[in-house]
Design a protein around this ligand. Sequence first.
Ligand code: HEC
Length: 359
Amino acid sequence: MTIGLSFLLGLLASSVSYFMLGLWWPVAVVVGLFAWLAFGLLDVKMDSTFTLLGGLLLIFCVSLSAMVFRASDQLSGLQYVDTQAVDGTEFRYPVPLLGNARYGEAIYKANGCAACHTQQVTHESVVLDVKALAGEKNHAAVQEAISRFYKVTGREASGGAALGLPVGEWETVVNGANAADASKARNFLSIAGASVDVQVRFRGEDLTQHDLQNPRGRGWGKRRSVAQDYLFAEPPMLGSVRIGPDLANVGARLSREVLMRILLNPKIVRKYSKMPQHRFLFEKVGEDEKGQHIIHDGENTFKPTKNAEALVDYLLSLKSANYPLPEAPINQPYTSSMPKPVSAPAEAADAAKAGNSGK
Ligand code: HEC
C-alpha cells in the first residue's frame, strides 16, 4: 500500500480513537501511528487477518459509541431547567417527589397501575401561523415578499394578504405551515421590513382540546413528554397499553376527593367506568365517623388507609405535561393579539402592595 493511503488510514484510526472512543490524545496518536506503520511500512495487506479483525473492531467500536454511549451520555447529562407555572412563578424543573408521594410511587408500582395507564403524553405535529404588519413605507416591499413566499412554497396566492394587505393592520400570511415554511415566511417578511408575529400550535389527541386548533384533544397534557420529565422516576412507568387515560398530568386535572373516589369505586365518579375498584386501600368505619376523606358508598362508609393517602399524594404530584420546557414548549399564541405583556399583572400587584404598605 502506498505511504499516502496508509497515512490516511492511520489518520482515520487516530481520529476515531480520539473523537468517538474518547481515548487520551497521546494514545490516539499511537494508535494512528501504529496503523500507518502496519499498512505502510510493514506492508500489511487489505485481505490479511489483521485488517479484517481491525475492521471488525473498528465497526464495533463506532456503532457502540454512536448508538449506545452517546445516547446514554445525553440522558445522563440531563439537568434541572427553569420553567414557569401557570401563574407565572418560575421554578426549577423537575421537582423531586417529596415525603409521602415517594412512598405512593411504590404503591403505584405494587398495584400494577402501569398495566392499564401510561405516563407519556405524545403529540402529532407542530404547525405555525404567521402574521405580518406593514407600514406605508414598506407596504409594496412586503406585498412583494408575500407573493414571493407563496411562489416559493407553491401555495395558492389567493390568501388575500398578497393582494389586499391593509396598511397598519395585522394580516395572516400563512396558517398551519411547517417549521421550514414558517421560517421562510419570517425571513422574507423581515427582510422587507414588516413586523412579524408567529403563533405555534401543537396538535395531537393527547393534548388540550381546542375547537379550532386541536378538536380531537383529550386534554391529557399541554405538551408532549420528554426524557427530562422522568429525571426522578425510578424506573419511569411509561406503560404501553392505554386501557385507562394517561396519568402523566393527572395531578393537574383531578382533585384529591375525586382521586379517592376513583380508587374506592370509580362508578361513584363515572357511572360506566371500567376501572377496577381498589377497596383494599380503604377501611370500613362506623357510619357516624367524621373526618376529612370519609367516603360514603352505598351502605358503607370508608376511610382511606395510609397507602391510599400516599398513592393519591403521588398522583397529585404528576403534573409533568403542564410546564413548558425549552425542549418541549407549549402552545404560543400570537403576541400581537395578547391583551397585555405577561409581566404587567405582577408589576401591578407589586405596585399595589407597595402602595398598601406605604399607608
Ligand atoms: C384494569 C385496568 C386498570 C387498572 C389496573 C387501573 N386502572 Fe385506572 N382506569 C382504568 C380505566 C379503564 C379508566 C377510565 C375510567 C372511565 O371509564 O372513566 C381509569 C381511570 C383512572 C383515573 C381517572 C383518570 C381521568 O383522567 O379521568 C385515575 C386517576 C386512575 N384510573 C388511577 C389508577 C390507579 C392509581 C391505579 C392503580 C392503583 C389504576 N388506575 C389501575 C383502568 C385501570
